[in-house]
Design a protein around this ligand. Structure first.
Ligand SMILES: O=C(O)CCC(=O)C1=CC=C[C@@H](O)[C@@H]1C(=O)O
Ligand SMILES: [Mg+2]
Length: 370
């Protein structure tokens, strides 16, 4: 197949409620949607997960636009491709910029599966017909608000709860939650808010039987996490530190992590996500699919990836209604009793809703083969 044309749209969608972490608060989601066309008019869709500020990684919507428009599309358009794994080879001359690469590669994966007439999950080698999911809750004003929120999501059927912690809102918060919900599968994400000076404090988390603590130390660290993991009973899960299979290999070999959060955008695409999955499976390291507050297209890619066998732990892929008044796909993603049914239509298996997409689009660019 050959990609002949790419449409890049910039969207702005208001979230139902703001999402707060140890870095700050987000209410409006700005992102890029990509549509690739092949020589026979088939279409594939991808979503960039970069935010409009560089607090999670260094990438932003604008850096993604620059990379996609000025470097990645010229490397992709008009090239003969027999499998989406080749896209990462085409992009190899460009360093990092993982989210920009993943957005375009994801669109090619969707197109490839549609050409074959099979679901994206099957194209990736996934087998599950439904995936178990959890929910990630931002920092709240106070513990009572957080407890109310959690109770609401448990009532909706979510079975694993992730909360954000930061210095000053950590041990007491987790203690309060454990008192309110003694049995709920619970985990905490620190988004790199601590250092090795906090070992004593982090050890106090061991008494609360957390599933794991996510990314307690620096966003680019592997060594200090190994030191911390030796001191903790609670398993460490790395998120920000793992940008590639090589990073995963180093972290696992050093004992820095017992679980890995795989985000397609953070690792540069579905092909690399699958490589990390396969490596971890061989090493007995469970993985789960992280979220980036995606709209429907990105969410559909996450669902397909989560059908692979080593996605043993519930991920952060919640239903559309947790984020949006109206999502950009038909049907929307629905969670029932903590599970999402995996669609069996070709490609991502959800139909992009063009009217809604148009409503949220603030700019559009089109690129064609010469
Ligand atoms: O619901 C989701 O999409 C998950 C949200 C979530 O936990 C995160 C989204 C974006 C950046 C981070 O704060 C965070 C994470 O680190 O996993
Ligand atoms: Mg995280």
């Amino acid at each position: 197949m050959q990609i002949q044309e790419v449409t890049v749209r910039k969207l702005k969608m208001r979230m139902k409620e703001p999402f707060s972490t140890s870095f700050g608060t987000m209410q409006d989601k700005h992102f890029l949607l990509l549509e690739v066309y092949d020589e026979t008019g088939n279409r594939g869709w991808g979503e960039s997960v970069a935010f409009d500020t560089p607090w999670y990684t260094e990438e932003t919507v604008e850096t993604n636009l620059h990379m996609i428009r000025d470097f990645l599309i010229p490397l992709l358009v008009g090239k003969e491709i027999s499998h989406p794994d080749q896209v990462s080879d085409l992009f190899a001359p460009i360093r990092k910029n993982k989210m920009a690469k993943a957005a375009l590669e994801g669109a090619v994966w969707d197109l490839y599966a549609k050409r074959k007439g099979i679901p994206l999950a099957e194209a990736l080698g996934g087998e599950r017909k439904r995936i178990e999911v959890g929910i990630s809750i931002g920092i709240q004003e106070n513990l009572d608000d957080l407890i109310d929120k959690i109770q609401g999501y448990l009532d909706e059927g979510y079975k694993r709860i992730k909360v954000k912690i930061k210095p000053g809102a950590d041990i007491d918060v987790i203690r309060g939650l454990r008192t309110a919900f003694p049995e709920v599968p619970l985990m905490a994400d620190a988004n790199s808010a601590y250092s090795l000076d906090d070992i004593g404090l982090l050890k106090q988390l061991d008494e609360f039987n957390l599933l794991m603590i996510e990314q307690p130390l620096a966003h680019d660290d592997i060594i200090d996490h190994a030191i911390l993991q030796r001191a903790l009973k609670t398993p460490i899960c790395l998120d920000e530190s793992i940008l590639s299979l090589e990073d995963a290999r180093k972290a696992v070999e050093m004992g820095s992590t017992k679980v890995i959060n795989i985000k397609i955008g953070r690792v540069g695409g579905l092909s690399e996500a699958k490589r990390i999955h396969d490596y971890c499976m061989g090493k007995g390291i469970p993985v789960w699919c992280g979220g980036m507050l995606e709209a429907g297209i990105g969410r559909a890619h996450n669902i397909a990836l989560t059908t692979l066998p080593n996605f043993i732990l519930p991920g952060d892929t919640a239903g559309s209604s947790r984020y949006w008044e109206k999502d950009i796909i038909e049907p929307e993603v629905i969670v029932e009793d903590g599970y999402i049914h995996v669609p069996d239509a070709p490609g991502i298996g959800f139909e992009p809703d063009i009217n809604t997409i148009d409503e949220f689009t603030t700019a559009t660019w089109k690129f064609k083969a010469e």
